[in-house]
Design a protein around this ligand. Structure first.
Ligand SMILES: NC(=O)C1=CN([C@@H]2O[C@H](COP(=O)(O)OP(=O)(O)OC[C@H]3O[C@@H](n4cnc5c(N)ncnc54)[C@H](OP(=O)(O)O)[C@@H]3O)[C@@H](O)[C@H]2O)C=CC1
Ligand SMILES: O=C(O)[C@@H]1CCC=N1
Length: 274
């Protein structure tokens, strides 16, 4: 029988994960999600057939796995309301929150718990997620395998043994869909200036990104070689790539990813006190 999985919070990230789980065949009947507003929950229940409630305590009563998926800023308050129930039943705790350590979460929930920290991303919704996972020492091999299976049903996973590496995961995958969406916006704007309709430009840019990612994933060549294969000497791509290099695209990405990881550290210091 499938494990009962309860999501506390049913926003962008949680709905991407449980939506992806349902699409990949996980029984909807074994999934419960909570939120503060019925307006969030009603469409999810209708579309996916999962259980929903605004009552967090009722939602975790039969949970084998509790996925904490509220904003980091309200996590402490939410954990403290779950504390007594969690201490009685000791489900596996999974947190998708950025910048909150397993130790902090465990402490807010009363201690002595198996906690997995997961840094997922929203493409989980379409089965193309990329998640980093860290397990605290209380997590059993079976629990590790269970979380691995759940997250593999919505994409690829990478376990890290050093929790601090989740900051790097946040920079390279958790936050990174947004970098690509920014590129789509920018490429569409530029292509419109060159005369294409916005609709054509968007379709072509997205298919090209999809094609490039699929090709790179299936190839045994590294991205640098695949890039050079597009660059005919003296041709158009060479000109574009030279421009991007001179304009500092590499430095911009390096700076963005450093800023992202640093913000995860700051959040940990700001929110994890006490
Ligand atoms: N968005 C992303 O791409 C990623 C997000 N994350 C992490 O996921 C977590 C959630 O982020 P995101 O999904 O973007 O946020 P959202 O604002 O989209 O979702 C938050 C959800 O929490 C619900 N909520 C608020 N208060 C409570 C409460 N007291 N009890 C139960 N549910 C509550 C909200 O309910 P209501 O809808 O009724 O307001 C909403 O459904 C964060 O910790 C973030 O760090 C991690 C990786 C990627
Ligand atoms: O922006 C954020 O803080 C969350 C965590 C990773 C992606 N979104």
């Amino acid at each position: 029988m499938a494990s009962n999985v309860t999501f506390i919070g049913a926003g962008n990230m949680a709905s991407a994960i449980f939506g992806g789980m349902v699409h990949s065949g996980y029984p909807a009947d074994a999934i419960t999600a909570t939120a503060t507003r019925d307006a969030t929950l009603a469409p999810l229940a209708e579309r996916l057939g999962i259980h929903t409630t605004t009552d967090n305590l009722a939602a975790i009563e039969h949970a084998d796995v509790v996925v904490l998926s509220v904003k980091p800023q309200i996590m402490r308050q939410v954990c403290e309301t779950l504390r007594d129930s969690v201490q009685k039943r000791r489900p596996l705790i999974v947190s998708v929150a950025a910048g909150l350590s397993a130790e902090t979460l465990e402490q807010w929930l009363g201690g002595g718990l198996a906690v997995v920290r997961c840094m997922p991303n929203t493409p989980s919704l379409v089965g193309a997620g990329a998640s980093g996972l860290y397990a605290n020492p209380r997590v059993s091999d079976e629990q590790r395998a269970l979380v691995g299976e759940l997250m593999t049903s919505v994409g690829i996973i990478e376990w890290v043994e050093d929790e601090a590496l989740l900051e790097a995961v946040t920079a390279v995958s958790g936050s990174a869909p947004a970098y690509f969406f920014l590129m789509f916006e920018a490429m569409e704007e530029a292509a419109v200036k060159l005369g294409l309709s916005a609709e054509s430009a968007r379709r072509l840019a997205m298919q090209t990104a999809y094609g490039a990612a699929s090709m790179a994933m299936q190839s045994d060549r590294d991205p640098g070689e695949l890039k050079r294969n597009v660059m005919s000497p003296g041709g158009t791509t060479e000109r574009a790539i030279e421009y991007l290099e001179q304009a500092g695209l590499r430095q911009a990405l390096d700076g963005a990813m450093q800023a992202c990881a640093k913000r995860a550290q700051e959040m940990s210091a700001e929110l994890g006190k006490g």
